[in-house]
Design a protein around this ligand. Structure first.
Ligand code: COA
Length: 138
């Protein structure tokens, strides 16, 4: 099984948050390493934000009790982003049997999109909230 999540965000929302709340906003959502790599590029921060939301969806819980900084998106020296989970996010992924995460992100002038895929999600029975299939007539 695969688990997936996707999120689309208006870059303006992130820009407004940074303008209004500055470091408090940045520090709430992004690790020091993420902030350092993005170097003030709001589209890159928005892309990471979208990936974090996407990971929340793939976990099946949304962000919920998972801290934003427990989902960390860093880029390698070729610019390719990769995911590291910490604390509650790492624990939740382990409980749900989710491993081998892959992520991707993209941005235009106005929007950023993030995608996350993980292997190993056990099929969940119908009726357990997210992931519930459509009703099938008996
Ligand atoms: C890297 C590339 C695919 C980005 O595409 P783009 O249309 O210019 O820009 P997008 O907004 O869609 O995507 C940008 C994001 O792609 C991601 N990215 C960059 N390099 C990447 C790579 N080598 N592999 C995967 N993702 C990459 C980054 O997350 C980047 O956003 P960020 O800088 O905020 O982290 C494009 O610049 C390109 O084709 N470069 C040359 C070829 C190349 O290195 N391709 C890599 C895939 S093999």
């Amino acid at each position: 099984m695969l688990a997936t999540g996707i999120d689309l965000i208006e870059i303006e929302r992130v820009r407004r948050g940074l303008e209004r709340y500055g470091a408090r906003f940045a520090n709430r959502f992004f690790t020091a390493r993420e902030q350092a790599q993005c170097a003030g590029r709001v589209d890159s921060l928005a892309g990471r934000f979208a990936v974090k939301e996407a990971v929340g969806k793939a976990l099946g819980t949304g962000i919920g009790d998972v801290g934003w900084k427990d989902i960390e998106v860093l880029s390698d020296d070729r610019g390719r982003p990769h995911l590291t989970l910490h604390n509650a996010a790492e624990q939740l992924a382990a409980e749900r049997g989710l491993r081998d995460w892959a992520i991707s992100l993209s941005h235009t002038a106005t929007h950023a999109v993030g995608l996350a895929v993980a292997q190993g999600a056990p099929p969940r029975p119908l009726g357990e909230g997210w992931g519930e299939g459509p009703e099938v007539a008996q």
